[in-house]
Structures are given as C-alpha cells and as structure tokens.
Design a protein around this ligand. Structure first.
Ligand code: CMC
Length: 426
C-alpha cells in the first residue's frame, strides 16, 4: 500500500489524490473522484497519459525492451511453450498442468467445426471482400448460432467458451481464405495440433495435399505467441470498452477484430510488403528509397521500423529476426521481396539516420517477411494477427468482467460547439 499522494491546486484550493503503484514500480495518480471533489475533468486525447485499468496480464517496459505475460518473459515462452499453452496462461494466469492441458485441447478439438449453415454465409460475400471484414462478421454471427454461450453462461464457464472461441475463430479464418480463392474448404482434423491444423486448413487441397513441415509449424507457434497480448492497445481497449456494456463475448470480440483491421494498428505488417513491392516496382533501388524515408519533406517512412513504446529495441522483433533468418536459410530465399527486405535491413541498420534515432526493425518488419515466406497471402496478415491476439482479448475481457470496480466505460468531453442559439434558416 502506497501512502504517497499528489496535490493539485486549482485557483488556490488544494486537493489530494492517492498515488497508486504497480508491482513493477509504475506509478499513477488515482483521479477517480476528481470531478466529485473539484468539478473538473482531465483532457487526454488518445489516452496517452491515462491508465484505464489495473491489470495482471501483461507487463511492458519500452525503455528496457521487456515484454512478459503473467510475469513470464516472452523469450522463455517462445522457447518452451506452445501457443495453446500461452493462450491458457493469458486466460487463466498460470500454465496448464497435464489434466488442464488435456481438457483445454479436447475442447479446442471438439469445437473446431463451424455450424454447417454458417458455411453458406461465405458464399454471399463479394470475392473482393477483405478477410478481416469477413472474420468480424462471422464472429458476430456466432451469437445467433451458438446461443448457449451468451453473456451470462460465458461468465459461468469461461474455460469452455474461451477454448471454443479460439478454436472456431481459427476455422473461420482459414475458411475465409479458401472461399476468397474459390477453393473448397478443408475441415479441421482432430489428430493435428493447433498450428498444424490451421496450416492444413489453409493450404491443403484435393489436387495437392499439403505437407506439414515442422519448421513452419514451429515458427507459426512463435509468431502467435509473440502477438498474443500487448496490454492496453487499441483493439484490447475496444474489447474492454464494449464488453463493459455487457455485450456478449462474440460481439465484443468482433469489435476487437474491427479495431485491429485499421492500418495504424494491425495493418503495419501488410504495409511492409506494400513498401517492398514499391521498391521492387521502382527498379529495386533500395538506397533511393532509404533517402526518401530520411527526407523531411517526403511523407515516406521505412515501414516496419521504429516503435512508440519500445525505444531501445522491440523484444518481439529480436526473436523474430533470428527466426526469420533461420527460416529463410532452411527454405531458401527465392523471392524478390524477401531479398529486398534482407538488403534493406542490412543498409538501414548501418545508416546514421536510423542509428541516431534508435530506429530498429519492429515486430511487423519480420512478421510480414515470415508470413510471406511460409505462404500466407498478404491480405491474411492481419487475420493472423487476430488469431494470435484473441487469447489476449478474452483475458482482458474476463479481467474486466471480474474486476471489483467494473463500470460501463463512459468518458466525458469538453464541449466546444455553439452555445445556446435560436433556429436559424438561411
Ligand atoms: N522511417 C523514417 N523515419 C522515421 C521512422 C521510419 N519508420 N520512424 C520514425 N522516424 C523518425 C521521425 O521522422 C522522427 O525524426 P526527427 O526526430 O528527425 O523528427 C524520429 O524518427 C522520431 O520519430 P517519431 O515519429 O517521434 O516516433 P513515434 O514514436 O511517434 O512513432 C512509429 C513510432 C512506429 C509510429 C513510427 O516509427 C513509424 O511510423 N514507423 C513506421 C510504421 C510501423 O512500422 N508501424 C508499426 C509499429 S509496431 C506495431 C505494434 O507494436 O503492434
């Protein structure tokens, strides 16, 4: 318990507000009764200085490049755990024991089929639909087919409903892709683990059976673990805000998917590939592109470089850089874009402009390259991010639902429009 307080003086009158301290020493001023005491509110566009909740799920230290889920460093999780175990950790606060793991995996298996009538939906989306929009629509529609998992029963059996959603979400993602390329859907297989099962649903075909490669399954597991949570980012905040109105879990997660679909959030890895295409189409002149990115009069940026929170390095990028180079060595680089990416990385890392501003490749630089190398189409990159982020979203939703100070999210505003005026017609 911290007895420190912050003093605020408004027009000569002082008010005290308690200081709250987290387990890692982060400090905040608790202003929950600010308006009641003073009549004032705070104004903080983009919530840059606002802590919206207390959370036990994920810790980030951007200065030191630290990311931990439930206290466990991300580096240890990618080495020793599967995505399914990591999802369990995020959801339930601990890694599963044998019995819990079996129960969780059994539900993942049993839930992987999508209601057959929902297959018809896929046929009605225009061929050009972005898979993220198909995904969010289908997740929202789940509440009409799986009514037993409504907001109340979800709270009662989060173990079952979270495993159900994680499993069926992956099936919907793979089906969206198959439909978008006009191929028959591939059903989930009970004999395959989570990532292998997903790859098989994505790439198996009646004319060319998919050969599951361990290296690809392993790198996919790591990618999903790395993206599984990142505390109060835009989509997670959307999930908490919408869930606070007691909206059912499916509609809440569907909102998270929509938030993630924005180019400022989940779309950066796709932007990396677009940038590489631009360099390719411009005659592969990498130095010219780097000069453009350095030019203050040009809006061009090196996509996949720099980060708002991580200022020394992005721990996720550090892991993926190694994985990316390992994978490309194994499968061989025979793709122009991948070659350009590797050269770009080499040149930028030696350039003073980037060194002096601490601009290193971020997680999206490597994730885009890896997804491309393992055959994931560019318009599915953000869907991959969504599959990974789902356990984080559910964990935050659950934490919000269970919290003692649960309240509907309802910020205030400073009104700057007209004051009262009569009806005027020109
Ligand atoms: N290319 C060229 N210059 C850059 C870049 C870049 N990618 N990023 C930052 N700079 C420059 C910027 O112009 C500024 O220069 P100066 O000091 O001379 O004015 C300096 O570096 C500091 O940049 P900033 O804009 O203050 O940094 P920020 O923390 O506001 O922005 C960022 C962070 C990620 C938005 C930005 O680096 C960027 O736009 N990067 C490219 C897009 C990208 O890769 N986004 C994905 C981020 S990871 C997503 C996730 O965590 O989920």
């Amino acid at each position: 318990m911290n007895n420190d307080y912050a003093e605020l003086t408004i027009n000569g009158k002082s008010y005290a507000f308690p200081i709250v301290e987290g387990t890692e020493g982060e400090k905040a001023i608790d202003i929950s009764d600010l308006r009641k005491k003073t009549g004032y509110i705070t104004l903080d566009p983009g919530f840059v200085n606002t802590g919206s909740c207390k959370s036990e799920i994920t810790f980030i230290d951007g200065e030191k490049g630290i990311l931990r889920y439930r206290g466990i460093p991300i580096e240890d999780l990618v080495e020793e755990c599967s995505f399914v175990e990591t999802a369990f950790l995020l959801l339930h606060g601990k890694l599963p024991d044998q019995e819990e793991y079996k129960r969780f995996s059994d539900i993942l298996n049993e839930s992987s089929l999508l209601h057959e009538n929902m297959h018809l939906f896929f046929d009605r989306f225009p061929q050009s639909s972005h898979p993220m929009h198909i995904l969010s629509t289908m997740i929202n529609a789940l509440s009409t087919f799986y009514r037993h998992v409504d907001s109340e029963s979800v709270e009662g059996d989060i173990f079952k409903s979270s495993a159900f959603l994680i499993s069926v979400f992956r099936t919907i993602a793979a089906f969206s892709y198959k439909k978008s390329i006009g191929e028959p859907i591939v059903y989930p297989r009970h004999d395959l683990p989570f990532c292998a099962n997903f790859l098989n649903m994505m790439f198996d075909s009646p004319v060319k059976p998919y050969v599951i490669r361990d290296q690809i399954v392993s790198v996919l597991n790591k990618l999903l673990i790395i993206h599984a949570d990142h505390e109060q980012n835009c989509s997670t905040t959307a999930v908490r805000v919408i869930g606070s109105a007691q909206v059912n879990l499916y509609a809440t997660i569907s909102a998270g998917v929509n938030a993630l679909s924005g180019p400022l959030h989940g779309g950066a890895n796709q932007a990396v590939i677009d940038m590489l295409m631009q360099i390719k189409n411009g005659g592969k002149d990498i130095s010219k592109f780097i000069d453009k990115a350095k030019d203050k009069d040009d809006s061009c940026k090196l996509m996949g470089f720099g980060h708002r929170v991580y200022k020394s390095f992005d721990p996720r990028a550090k892991i993926l850089k190694e994985e990316c180079h390992k994978l490309l060595n194994i499968i061989g680089v025979n793709d122009d874009l991948l070659e350009i990416a590797l050269k770009l990385e080499e040149i930028a890392l030696k350039d003073d402009y980037f060194i002096s501003r601490n601009l290193y490749p971020n997680v999206d630089f490597y994730s885009g390259i890896i997804y491309k190398a393992i055959g994931i189409p560019v318009n599915m990159f953000t869907v991959m991010f969504a599959i990974a982020r789902l356990p984080g979203w559910i964990a935050h939703w659950k934490e919000m639902v269970d919290s003692e100070d649960r309240k509907i999210a309802r910020p205030r505003q400073i009104y700057v429009g007209y004051t009262k005026r009569p009806i005027l017609r020109d």
